[in-house]
Design a protein around this ligand. Structure first.
Ligand SMILES: [Mg+2]
Length: 164
């Protein structure tokens, strides 16, 4: 019943997503949440390490796409600087936007993963869409409400596998 909230895989951070890991699962398209997954809420520019990570995945033939719920112009700005396509106002946990991105990128459900920091938006949306769901720890948890939400997610995180 609660399986929709359980990630297929849990990792500490996006930097644990290596080309070899994705190729083991035949994943060729990686959708990425923005806030607290690839960038802290306070960050406005991609870091050098994030750009190196991106280049490593692109060199391995993995397609990348940002899918963010933000209603601000943050995703547009960040994606522009980073050189990665994006969609904002994605309305996760609904999966319609995810399905549209996969179609736009010419991907297949079974070859697509979504990585995000939130169970009740990112993981739920990925599981609804029928793609591989990867949960990472939020980059920062200074906001008390975000900390509370993280605690509420712990049971589902505990049920996830640590490797695939
Ligand atoms: Mg997030």
């Amino acid at each position: 019943m609660f399986k929709v909230f359980v990630p297929d895989l849990k990792l500490d951070s996006i930097y644990d997503i290596k080309p070899e890991l994705l190729s083991r699962k035949n994943i060729r398209l990686l959708l990425m949440d923005l806030d607290n997954t690839i960038s802290p809420y306070s960050g406005s520019e991609p870091s050098e390490s994030l750009t190196r990570w991106k280049e490593e995945l692109l060199s391995a033939g993995v397609g990348l796409h940002i899918v963010s719920n933000t209603k601000t112009d943050r995703a547009k700005r960040f994606a522009g600087l980073w050189g990665v396509p994006y969609v904002d106002c994605a309305k996760k946990p609904f999966s319609d936007t995810i399905e549209k991105i996969i179609a736009k990128m010419g991907g297949k459900l079974e070859e697509t993963a979504l990585v995000g920091d939130q169970i009740f938006t990112d993981v739920w949306a990925a599981n609804r869409a029928g793609i591989l769901s990867i949960a990472v720890k939020p980059i920062e948890l200074r906001n008390p409400l975000r900390r509370l939400r993280y605690w509420a997610e712990l049971l589902f995180r505990a049920m996830a596998k640590k490797s695939i």
